[in-house]
Design a protein around this ligand. Sequence first.
Ligand code: DGY
Length: 315
Amino acid sequence: MKVVVARTLPAAGLDKLTARFDVEIGGLPFDRDWLDAHAPGASAIVADPTVPVDGELLDRAGDTLQVVANFAVGFDNIDTDAVRERGLRATNTPDVLTNATAELAVALMQAAGRRIVETDQIFRRGEWVGWEPEQFLGRELHGATVGLVGFGRIGQRVAELLAGFDVELVFTDAHPMDEAAAKYGARRLELDELLAVSDYVSLHVNLTPETKHLFDAPTLAGCKPGAILVNTCRGGVVDTAALVDALKDGPLAAAGLDVYENEPAVPEELVALANTVLVPHIGSATRVTRDAMASLCADNVIAVLDGEEPPTPVV
Ligand code: DGY
């Protein structure tokens, strides 16, 4: 059977696939023409967040195709309706990246709150004039109210990591999450209520038609003055132009971002702002996590092609 890896996959997953199948690897950067040319006859396609999987690609693969395995927990790059309509399976890689992504969210809270990147740059430019009593003042997590928008796996892990900071935790979620709320001492609020009280707002939702631009100008205007926004989920959840305005004119004091609307492009206005900490979609970028994701991704392919239920299906 042929497995087409649209870009590339760490050896922890690739080796499992090459041991069993004829594997064709697109390489980097993503080349849609290559994928279109190699899809016919594939039993599985391995995709990632940068690889759009639409009905046209599925049809191009033909009736050999059984599964699209995403090397990511997010699967907004996959047209799941098209997968379902064709009776195919799609899988993702949840759980194994929860901690890495949650740790990055906390790191961005601290980096933005304590102005770590801004002051590092001032220091490197040789502009530091020496210690002053009211220089570079930031804010602590201790005593802050942290609003988690989305209280699934990653949101809950952030709550757990913050336990030592003595924060007040509030969250929004489509589900009541009573058990998790009790476990982490978090209060469920409506989004407008959460924004009004949160010193830090951290986003942990999937990108769907409902969450696209959930943080637009009116929503951002409802943030508490001086709030810090952290986004490690998907760039499309935030309207970038509105975010720039909220960072320039308030109410936001700062933002820590790992994800962007049109990656890898990042608007110049965002880059120019000293009150942003910008990292290039590194939420899951640790050796141990990427290996675990690759391994799980391969396990999903193998299970489906062996006629078994995949470990982590989305369709
Ligand atoms: C995901 O898994 O969805 C991340 O964005 C990439 O690790």
